[in-house]
Ligand binder design. Structure first.
Ligand code: ATP
Length: 652
């Protein structure tokens, strides 16, 4: 067998997130740290992961040795060995369900040895047990081995395409204490009252100041009290009467300020008023309300809120999302469905399989609406509103909520909303939550890992006292950084789109309960997730858009609690974010580092005006601009381009 050329070996190294000029140091580090590092890993993650790290180290050897290791692993033939071998060869795919194709793709880096390739292929197909595991995470065996995802949700549910998804998520607890469990509002909750709110559009219903003024039915009021809500947040004060008045709405309010209840409560109030009850055990269910959100975890969270507020009523909420058994979704639906919470792919599936009819839809809610209308989900949403049976926008009420609303998205939203929709802006459109203390550090790519450990140790999250979310750019890197942190004896788990749904839910559960106080995530966890005690967000990699930044840091500082966000700014790759970052920081009364300002004003960003800072940012309600009116003085910011998914993440 010919030696791999040196350049090729570098490519292998790159796949492992190391760069050539970094290799010698990294290698020396792992070798010198050898035994203790391995012990750390073994302690944190069990022997399985320790082995992975060992194999990773071997990759620092010369090319022919890499092949040697691969051959050893494959030829020895034990599934166990091969399983670990697969980890060696594709560390980013420590997922069981990572398909053969991906593996082959990575293996082609070592394409010289066909024998290795084929033997590995056979074994991985047979028993792909790998998978990144957080502390004590369940090891999935035999029965789950065919449950890897095969592309889109549509494919998952289609009996004829790809392996079936068999995961049935556990039912949430039914006892009242669990249903109404909530965390405390923070010291800044009352400060919400001082945020400026602007409502644009005609015939705006007056805001309400208390829950009593909303005139909700007794059961809803009881549920609101049990949920610990005593006072309305601004977005609730304005949105509830607007929705109760039957108006379409686009509402923008800072992260963690109660947008979910702002749409759920008036919808449920209407349903109760209309005497809606779930029709049980019908093949085709016709919900009155459909709520869509971009991620599985978020839609599940919205469902739990809907279940909480509809507790003790005849209204039945149901959740369906990808990564779970299609039959399970159907069973949930056929038991009766008034409020359907769904991710777009699974929703289109159940519609096409005629499990859901749209004729009765009175409310269509797009949570994280800007994300739901962007290039990723926009086409599917358009398909949804033109599905046979879906009432026209004149016949239904359409509600959109988010903390960010780029101009282009607002324009596109017109297709979904009645002409006279109202726009509620609490504070600045696209503004960051002011309860989050933001710090931006200049950190080059090769210093990020050391800085991360230092930051986590300083914050206490690494010691297990506090919780931190670490955002990275790619799924592969999420695994890599999670493993690295475990090696540093920081209990960590990860969530990203290459993990099985079962693993994603377990990772989130472990993070929520504090078993793993650090969660490394891709942007799949950037929006909407409401997790108690997340005191820190670290942007190991900054996202590609400022809106995504606003959502990410909004995982902390929720509901009047304070939080901290630290972002590593790499001047090599993040220059385009300098201007909007300066704007977001200064709008939230945060310190702006002089170096960042310098970069911001020396960088030309297409679509941004360099001459005047103000002209860079859009107005609150873009309809004002269309009508030739001047930009409001309280101008907010949103990115000037329709956002793209910020990384290599696959979305629901
Ligand atoms: N009036 C209220 N009183 C007390 N707690 C509230 C109130 N409204 C909402 N909350 C709580 O505040 C937290 C954040 O609410 P929610 O998740 O709806 O925020 P959000 O605005 O949708 O955030 P994001 O933009 O991140 O999606 C939740 O735990 C929710 O139960």
């Amino acid at each position: 067998m010919d030696d791999l050329p040196e350049a090729r070996n570098y490519e292998v190294a790159d796949k492992l997130e190391f760069q050539p000029r970094r290799r010698s140091k990294a290698c020396a580090r792992t070798t010198a740290g050898g035994a203790s590092a391995m012990e750390g890993v073994a302690n944190c993650m069990g022997r399985d992961m320790a082995f992975r790290m060992e194999m990773t180290q071997k990759l620092w050897r010369r090319p022919e040795e890499v092949d040697e290791v691969a051959s050893e692993v494959a030829v020895e033939g034990l599934a166990w060995e091969v399983q670990r071998g697969s980890c060696l060869l594709q560390p980013s795919s420590w997922e069981r369900r990572c398909g053969l194709q991906k593996l082959l793709g990575r293996l082609s880096l070592l394409r010289e040895d066909r024998r290795v390739l084929w033997e590995l292929r056979a074994e991985v197909c047979d028993d792909a047990l790998g998978g990144y595991k957080g502390l004590n995470e369940e090891v999935i065996t035999g029965s789950a081995k065919n449950s890897w995802k095969s592309g889109t949700e549509g494919a998952e549910s289609d009996d004829t395409q790809g392996p079936k998804v068999t995961y049935v998520p556990p039912a949430p607890p039914e006892d009242e204490d669990s249903i109404f469990a909530h965390y405390q509002t923070g010291i800044n909750f009352d400060k919400y009252d001082s945020i400026l709110v602007e409502v644009s559009g005609h015939d705006v219903p007056p805001a309400i100041l208390t829950f009593e003024e909303a005139n909700l039915c007794q059961t809803l009021n009881n549920n609101i009290a049990k949920a610990g809500y005593t006072k309305l947040t601004p977005v609730q004060k304005y949105s509830i009467p607007i929705i109760l008045a039957g108006r379409d709405l686009m509402a923008c309010a800072q992260t963690g300020s109660g947008k979910t209840a702002a749409f759920l409560l008036p919808i449920l109030a209407h349903m109760m008023r209309d005497g809606i009850t779930a029709s049980r055990f019908r093949e085709l269910q016709e919900p009155e309300c459909i709520i869509v959100a971009p991620t599985r975890e978020l839609i599940n969270q919205i469902y739990l809120e809907a279940r909480k507020f509809s507790f003790g009523t005849c209204v039945r909420a149901v959740v369906i999302y990808g990564g779970t058994q299609f039959g399970h979704s159907v069973r949930q639906i056929t038991q009766g469905c008034n409020v359907l919470c769904a991710t777009p792919g699974r929703l289109m599936d159940v519609i096409s399989k005629e499990k859901i009819g749209l004729r009765q839809v009175r409310y269509l809610v797009l949570d994280e609406a800007d994300r739901m209308l962007d290039m990723g989900f926009g086409p599917e949403m358009k398909k949804l509103i033109s599905c046979p049976g879906m009432p026209s926008k004149e016949q239904r009420q359409t509600l959109m909520f988010s903390a960010t609303f780029p101009e282009e998205i607002q324009r596109m939203a017109g297709e979904f909303l009645k002409l006279n929709y109202l726009f509620v802006a609490v504070g600045q459109v696209g503004g960051a939550c002011t309860d989050v203390q933001q710090t931006v550090l200049q950190v080059g790519q090769y210093s990020k890992r050391e800085k991360l450990v230092e930051t986590l140790r300083n914050t206490g999250a690494g010691m297990g006292d506090e919780r931190a979310m670490v955002f990275v750019e790619t799924k592969k890197k999420a695994d890599f950084i999670a493993t690295f942190l475990c090696q540093e004896k920081i209990s960590t788990t990860s969530i990203h789109g290459d993990r099985e749904q079962r693993e994603r839910e377990q990772a989130l559960g472990d993070f929520r309960c504090g078993k793993c106080p650090v969660l490394v995530a891709t942007s799949v966890a950037a929006r909407g997730l409401d997790i108690e005690n997340v005191q820190h967000v670290i942007n190991f990699d900054l996202p590609s858009t400022i809106d995504e930044y606003v959502h990410r840091i909004g995982r902390t500082g929720r509901c009047g609690n304070t939080g901290r966000a630290v972002s590593f700014f790499d001047p090599e790759s993040d220059r385009h974010l300098a201007q909007p970052l300066v704007k977001v920081l200064s709008d939230a009364q945060q310190d702006v580092p002089a170096w960042l300002e310098e970069i911001a004003f020396s960088t030309y960003v297409p679509g941004f005006s360099g001459s005047s800072r103000e002209s860079v940012f859009t107005s609150v309600d873009t309809r004002k601009n269309f009508r030739g009116k001047s930009t409001l003085s309280t101008a907010g910011f949103s990115s000037s381009q329709i956002p793209n998914p910020a990384d290599d993440e696959s979305w629901d």
